[in-house]
Every structure is written in C-alpha cells, then in structure tokens.
Write a protein that binds this ligand. Structure first.
Ligand SMILES: Nc1ncnc2c1ncn2[C@@H]1O[C@H](COP(=O)(O)OP(=O)(O)O)[C@@H](O)[C@H]1O
Ligand SMILES: [Mg+2]
Length: 249
C-alpha cells in the first residue's frame, strides 16, 4: 500500500530524513519508535505533503501512485489520514461542520455524492460513540478548550468519519490518561484493523502497543530506519533504551 524508498527530506536548510525506506502492506500495523529529533514527525509531514517539508531524493508511492506528485488534499482524498502530534484548534468552526466539509470535499474528489445532513449525523454519532465522545463536544469549535486527551480522541473520531485506507498517527498517545489510552487504542483497532487498511503508528511508549498490537516495529534514528523487528523489539527498546539499539544496528 505504501512504499517508501531511500527518502531524503529537508526542513528549512536542514536535512532530516536521510535515506529512509519502509513498506506497509494492506492489513498491517507498523510502529515507528525513536529518540526525540530523529525525524518521526518529519516523516509524517513529508508523507502528508505539508509545505516546508521538502523531499530532495527518493520515492514514495501509495497504491502504486506517486505520492510525492500529489497535493495534500489529493493525498487525503486518496485515503491517507494524518493524526498530528499537536492537533490544531480552529476557533469559530464547529467540529461537525469541519468534519462534514472535510468528508464531502474528499468524496467530491473521488467522484462520490455528498452525504445528506441526516446521513452525516448518523455517521458522526456512531463514531463518537466508538470513541466515547459526547455529541456536545462535536458541536463545539474544533479542539478549542479541549484537553490534550480530548483532542486526541477527537482526532480518532475524525479518522472514523473519514475512514482512511492508511492512517499515519503521530504520538496519538501523548497526553492520554490510562482510560483514554484504552479508548483510543480500541478505537484505532475498530476503525483500522482491517484487511484493506494499514497504520503507521509513531509512538514512544509500549503502552499504546499493548492496545494496538503492531505487526512490525521499526527504530528510526538520525533520519533512517536502523532496525526492524516484531512486537518484541518495542519491549527491548523500553528496557534498553534507543541508544544501545541504535548503536548496535
Ligand atoms: N520547522 C522546523 N524548522 C527547523 N527544524 C525543524 C523543524 N521541524 C523539525 N525540525 C528539526 O528536525 C529534527 C527532527 O524533528 P522531528 O521530525 O519533529 O523529530 P521527532 O518527531 O522524531 O522528535 C529536529 O532536530 C527538529 O529540531
Ligand atoms: Mg515528533
């Protein structure tokens, strides 16, 4: 589904990704772990097409299409969802409005009809229930005044509504208490653990991986994948730290 080969990316004048290769097949969940500043968020942004993150070498394809050639909104419409480490607040725009516009914009690019108001509300209710999110919160302005954990749960509601093929989730577990972590974890499983979907889960901690069991774990250090393993690699990282493993690689 996603194939990244020898990717180099710069932010400003600094080269951050230095020859990163990674392949995700449908049905797989991959975790990426690595020290601060390794380039994890840069990878997520480069794949999402965020301005300022310039790919200078290498390739990335999504379902056989050249991803790097697509605009950010085309990438979203093709089925890529980006969950941010720091979700943005949008004052004056309600969650429901925002979600309906986003969904219908994506459907339009795909040549699908817009959902009616009633259809959309039913969908939003279903997904909010899955994430134990009150409908009142969906009526409020996007993320304004939400706690860190509420923002992350809200993001997972967005993900449920947009129903992407590939989710790239950047530290979705940061700021979550234990109950919220379980809710978010089971939400990710319910929405994305499917044979035709894939997830790239960027995280520092084992605890999210206890909920969302990865098929592969990669260590990202200094802009490259330096080690790949199964779920046991995450446990080893937690015990031994990144440095020992990155150096031994
Ligand atoms: N907008 C930016 N301008 C300049 N440097 C940046 C910017 N974003 C990230 N960096 C730098 O790129 C490196 C990788 O950052 P990032 O991808 O956020 O790492 P991670 O998510 O793995 O902690 C860091 O050294 C960071 O300071
Ligand atoms: Mg980051």
């Amino acid at each position: 589904m996603l194939k990244i080969e020898n990717l180099y990316a710069t932010v400003g004048d600094t080269e951050i990704l230095k020859g990163l290769s990674l392949e995700l097949k449908a049905g797989e969940i991959h975790a990426i772990m690595g020290p601060n500043g390794a380039g994890k968020s840069t990878l997520a942004y480069a794949l999402g097409g965020r301005p300022g993150y310039e790919v200078t070498e290498g390739s990335a394809s999504f379902d056989g299409q050249d991803l790097l050639d697509m605009d950010p909104h085309e990438r979203a419409a093709a089925g890529i969802f980006l969950g941010f480490q720091y979700p943005v607040e949008i004052p004056g725009v309600s969650n429901l409005q925002f979600l309906r516009e986003s969904l219908n914009a994506q459907r339009a690019v795909r040549g699908e009809e817009a959902l009616t108001g009633a259809e959309f509300i039913k969908l939003a209710k279903d997904k909010a229930a899955l994430l134990k999110m009150d409908m009142d919160m969906l009526k409020r302005a996007v993320n304004v005044g939400f706690s860190g954990g509420e923002k992350k749960r809200n993001e997972m509601v967005q993900m449920g509504i947009l129903d992407p093929k590939l989710a790239i989730l950047d530290e979705t577990d940061s700021g979550l208490d234990i109950d919220a972590l379980r809710t978010v974890g089971s939400g990710i499983n319910a929405i994305m653990r499917k044979p035709d979907k894939a997830v790239l889960l960027i995280t520092h901690y084992q605890r999210l991986l206890d909920e969302v069991k990865p098929d592969f774990v990669h260590v990202l250090a200094a802009g490259r994948i330096v080690k790949t393993g199964g779920p046991e690699l995450a446990l080893q990282l937690e015990n031994e730290g990144y440095e020992a493993i990155a150096e031994a690689a």
